[in-house]
Design a protein around this ligand. Sequence first.
Ligand code: HEC
Length: 166
Amino acid sequence: MKNITLITLALAFNAMALTPDAEKGKTAIAACMACHNAELSPALAPPFYGVQNKYKRVFNDKDMFVQAISDWAKNPSLEKSLMKRPVKKLGLMPAMPLPDEMLAQIGAYLYEETFEPPCTHWANDLKNSTGSQAQGQGKGMGQGGGMGQGGNHDAMIRMKYNQLCK
Ligand code: HEC
C-alpha cells in the first residue's frame, strides 16, 4: 500500500517536472522579469500567469505557443498583440531580440510552468481602478447597466481574486 502511494506521488511529481528546455528557460526568463514580475507596483507588464492563459487559449499546441512567444519578443506589434488592455495601459513592449534558442527555451518554460495566481497584482489593479471608476461615474458599481468595459474587467478580476486568492 505504501508503495502504491509512493509511485503515485512520483508520477504526480513527474507530470509537473519541466523538460530540460523549459528548465533552461526558467533561468533565461530573468531577462523578462524586470518588467513581468507580478509583485511590482505599479505594474510594468502583465504577469506571466495571464499571458500564459491568453496564449494557451489562442495557441493550443506547444510548438505554436513557443513560436508565438519568440515572434512576439523579437518584434512586438499592435497587430500581433493579444493583450489589448495592457498595451493600452502600459504601451507596447520593447523588442527583446535574444538568441532564437534562448527564446525557444523561454517559450517552453512559459508553456509548461504552473504560475501562481498574481494576487498582489490583482489586488493593486482593483484598488487603482475602483478609484478611477468612483471618480468617473457618480453611480458607483451597480451590476449591469452603466458599467463600461472597465467595470466588466474589474468584475472579472474581482471574481478571480475571490476564487483564487482568499
Ligand atoms: C521593458 C519591460 C519589458 C520586458 C523586459 C519584457 N516585457 Fe513583455 N511586456 C511588457 C509590456 C509593457 C507588455 C504589455 C503590452 C504589450 O502587450 O505590448 C508585455 C507583454 C508581453 C506579452 C503579451 C503580448 C501581447 O500583447 O500579446 C508577452 C508574450 C511578453 N510580454 C513576453 C515577454 C518575454 C518573453 C520577455 C523576455 C524575453 C519580455 N516579455 C520582456 C514589457 C516588458
